[in-house]
Design a protein around this ligand. Structure first.
Ligand SMILES: Nc1nc2c(c(=O)[nH]1)N[C@H]1C(S)=C(S)[C@@H](COP(=O)(O)OP(=O)(O)OC[C@H]3O[C@@H](n4cnc5c(N)ncnc54)[C@H](O)[C@@H]3O)O[C@H]1N2
Ligand code: MOO
Length: 408
């Protein structure tokens, strides 16, 4: 039997559970930004692979605090540069010119920086500051990481810093999850593409722009099936030939006479898992499968409802399909203003994160939480989570929130 009014947590868990298992793909590291590892990156070598100089200077073999050695100039016996080591050994009374990143020669115990050295007719003379420098300026072999260490584990998403680590470990390619394919369909007679000529009773279609971008931002491939009018045949035909792993519909989710998405998909064997969630905004959110086992997630048309529910239910599906673990929950911050007690529907309030007089970040909900408001969403940093029947909160009290993935 189709379930109605399930909880937000139940719906999130369900969407994670029904997501397809990640499919591994080997790809070039250069193309791996934003992809999720399905196999760990393991160091095949120590980094650095040798004791390396951290500075430009002179490698010497003796203790920096040896008072006898300090008086005499040192004989320069060679050079160690990054990529070409000095092959010999440094002995007492000798030094080797060395540059940052170069292997420290055998026998050397420290590098004296060149600012603390004077060239004399008798050799290299180390100034008192050089002798008194407590640092060796040597990076020991394996300081960064050691051969055999798991540097990046499966389930991690590759960002610029992780890409760099994989490269430093010598990985030319990485094994990542195939990006799940998501097809998005907008429905409604009132919708025209931005730039087209709307009739007076029409509006510009905007929901798919958020949804496509969210899918891509979260690591999926997104395809737009277009805008269909409220017409059974049109909706059926748009979805019929679609090969995506998930079909997301926007609009036509509710109970109105022209909310036709579910009736149109019944012709393709739609079986519903649940038909609504106990949430505001986004109550008519539903999911089910077609006869060919393709999953459909139906989002309500109101832009805030669609975006909140994409954040809460589509994102977990994508994360699971990519093999990412559940992100840590919840985050909490103090409220910047009072909020009243919540009703029986779990509620997500669009809010900004603002710093108070003491520099502490706080949650400031927008006064108008109507689910049609696109401008409010465009300024929001977070969704404040208000459990069903939660009591009123006063300014300064802690509230749970979901951080939105905004560019700063
Ligand atoms: N009698 C009832 N009416 C409504 C109920 C209810 O329980 N009983 N639920 C309300 C709730 S809650 C929501 S949310 C909306 C969602 O309804 P639909 O999913 O059927 O959405 P539509 O009617 O198609 O559209 C709602 C609204 O959003 C605009 N829209 C739709 N798609 C887009 C898009 N791609 N881009 C921009 N804007 C879009 C549309 O023009 C409407 O203004 O139902 C309530 N009604
Ligand atoms: O829950 Mo609807 O999503 O109120 O706007």
């Amino acid at each position: 039997m189709t379930r109605k009014g399930i909880t937000v947590d139940e719906a999130r868990a369900f969407l994670r559970e029904v997501a397809p298992a990640p499919v591994p793909r080997k790809i070039a590291l250069r193309k791996a930004l934003g992809r999720v590892l399905t196999a760990p990156v393991v160091a095949t070598r120590d980094q650095p692979p040798f004791d390396a100089s951290a500075m430009d200077g002179y490698a010497i073999c003796k203790s920096l605090t040896d008072p006898v050695a300090q008086s005499a100039p040192l004989k320069l016996i060679g050079e160690s540069i990054a990529g070409k080591r000095f092959e010999g050994r440094v002995e007492w009374g000798q030094c080797v010119r060395i540059f940052t990143g170069a292997p420290v020669p055998d026998g050397a115990k420290a590098v004296v920086i060149q600012e603390n050295v004077r060239h004399t007719d008798h050799g290299i003379f180390i100034e008192a500051d050089g002798w008194n420098d407590p640092k060796t300026h040597i990076r020991p072999r394996g300081q960064d990481f050691k051969a055999g260490h798991e540097l990046l584990s499966a389930g991690l998403r590759l960002d610029p810093w992780r890409l760099s680590l994989a490269a430093a470990a010598g990985s030319k390619s990485v094994t990542v999850a195939r990006r799940p394919r998501i097809a998005i369909l907008s429905t409604g007679d009132e919708l025209v593409a931005p730039g087209d000529d709307p009739r007076p009773d029409q509006i510009f279609e905007s929901g798919s722009f958020a949804l496509m971008a969210m899918c891509r931002q979260w690591g999926a491939k997104a395809e737009f099936l277009g805008v269909e009018s409220d017409d059974l045949d049109g909706i059926h035909d748009a979805v019929k030939a679609c090969e995506a792993d998930l079909i997301v519909t926007i609009g036509g989710a509710s109970v109105g006479d022209y909310d036709l998405v579910k009736p149109a998909l019944e012709r393709l064997g739609l079986t519903l898992d649940f038909s609504s969630i106990n949430i505001r905004p986004g109550k008519p959110t539903w999911t089910g499968t077609l006869a060919n086992d393709q999953r459909v997630l139906g989002l309500p048309g109101n832009p805030a409802s669609a975006m909140v529910c994409a954040q809460l239910f589509l994102k977990p599906w994508i994360e699971a399909a990519l093999g990412q673990p559940e992100p840590p929950q919840p985050h909490r911050l103090p409220m910047a203003s009072d909020i009243s007690a919540n009703g029986p529907r779990e509620t997500f309030l669009r809010a900004r994160i603002v710093t108070d007089a003491s520099g502490q970040p706080t949650l400031k909900p927008f006064a108008d939480q109507d689910s049609s408001l696109i401008a409010v969403f465009s300024q929001s940093d977070a969704l404040i989570r208000r459990p069903a029947n939660a009591p009123a909160l006063q300014r300064g009290e802690m509230a749970e929130y979901v951080r939105l993935d905004r560019y700063i």
